[in-house]
Design a protein around this ligand. Structure first.
Ligand SMILES: NC(=O)c1ccc[n+]([C@@H]2O[C@H](COP(=O)([O-])OP(=O)(O)OC[C@H]3O[C@@H](n4cnc5c(N)ncnc54)[C@H](O)[C@@H]3O)[C@@H](O)[C@H]2O)c1
Length: 321
């Protein structure tokens, strides 16, 4: 299959490119490298079935030859980018999604949108099922992300209804693993970097707020199944790990696994930070035969090892070794 992956230089996108190449597909990765990095797919650059196009999805993009599937992942996703890059995020998820839907329509390709659990906002329903409409502040600091993903979902469904485009929407819950940015701002990389550097571990609020963390290889398996299973046009599916853990538990586990001497410090919760997040994955289990299989501890260990390596490199460069 000829596959386009937008955002393929990012954390999730680069793992997805690896997996698609492994499965024998031809992959065209489109990315403007704004939050992703070439290092994430350096090992693929010489592969004959991999092609990288450095472009912004907000611009019109023509691709020569057939395309059977478009995975649309391009979008900054870190809360630290929400203030500085709000307009970029809004336009990437609106104009960028429009351009990629048009590409899929012209090529008669299947289209998978990487949406997010953020469309549920600070949920009033728990756990969140796909049928829940969400509780989103339309003008808050996170709205550039929440609302533009909601728009992207609406546009995707409009293309499905008007043009019969074969679309699928993945609502991705917190995912973690190697290749996350060290300055990503999300809990897992934050805690790991602080723990490895023996700096205080910053917990927002009292740490009792919960999240559910899915390891990257499990998520990628879910994305591939969602895109490749037949007769799922117009389906919206939660992908995430339903095991709910408090932020404080995760911080303590990371501290232990990293063998760190860090202490915990508590800071006020950021605006509109959701209190609970947990996917109901019954639909994914039923229609994709999918569920996460990597235990939290195992995923954290692999991620800690990754950060240990890159931090060592950074320290060596600083000291001129
Ligand atoms: N990581 C998570 O836990 C999570 C959770 C829910 C949803 N998602 C979604 O998954 C997708 C990937 O997230 P990620 O965590 O890998 O983030 P990431 O920042 O690592 O990857 C995003 C990629 O998109 C590229 N990009 C951004 N704007 C672009 C533009 N205008 N044109 C071309 N490329 C652009 C970036 O350079 C980067 O390589 C995003 O759509 C995100 O909303 C991620």
């Amino acid at each position: 299959m000829n596959v386009v992956v937008t955002g393929g230089a990012g954390f999730i996108g680069s793992w997805l490119c690896d997996r698609l190449i492994e499965n024998g597909h031809r992959v065209i990765c489109i990315d403007n490298l704004s939050s992703g990095s070439k290092e994430n797919f350096q090992h693929l650059l010489r592969h004959k079935r991999f092609k990288f196009i450095e472009r912004d999805v907000r611009d019109l993009i023509g691709i020569k030859g057939p395309v059977e599937c478009v995975f649309h992942l391009a979008s900054k996703a870190s809360p630290i980018d929400f203030r500085e890059h709000a307009i970029d995020i809004l336009l990437t998820n609106s104009l960028g999604t429009l351009n990629m839907l048009e590409l899929a329509r012209k090529k008669k390709a299947r289209f998978l949108l990487a949406s997010t659990s953020e469309v549920y906002g600070d949920p009033k329903e728990h756990p969140q099922r796909e049928s829940y409409w969400g509780n989103v502040n339309p003008v808050g600091v996170r709205s550039c992300y929440d609302e533009s993903k909601r728009f992207a979902e609406a546009l995707t469904m409009a293309y499905h209804r008007k043009y019969g485009l074969d679309v699928r929407i993945a609502r991705i819950f917190n995912t973690f693993g190697p290749r996350m940015r060290r300055d990503d701002g999300r809990a897992v990389p934050n805690f790991i970097v602080q723990a490895l550097e023996d700096r205080p571990i910053t917990v927002y609020g009292d740490g009792t707020q919960t999240r559910s963390f899915c390891y990257i290889t499990d998520l990628v398996e879910g994305l591939v199944r969602l895109a490749t299973t037949d007769a799922l046009g117009g389906e919206i599916v939660n992908l995430g790990n339903p095991q709910e853990v408090s932020i404080l538990e995760v911080a303590n586990l990371i501290k232990k696994l990293a063998g760190s001497r860090s202490r915990m410090v508590f800071k006020p919760l950021p605006q509109d930070d959701p209190v609970r997040r947990k996917p109901d994955i019954s639909k994914a289990k039923e229609i994709l035969r999918w569920k996460p299989v990597t235990p939290l501890r195992e995923g954290l260990q692999a991620t800690i090892e990754y950060f240990r390596k890159i931090l060592k490199v950074n320290i060596s460069i600083r000291h001129g070794y």
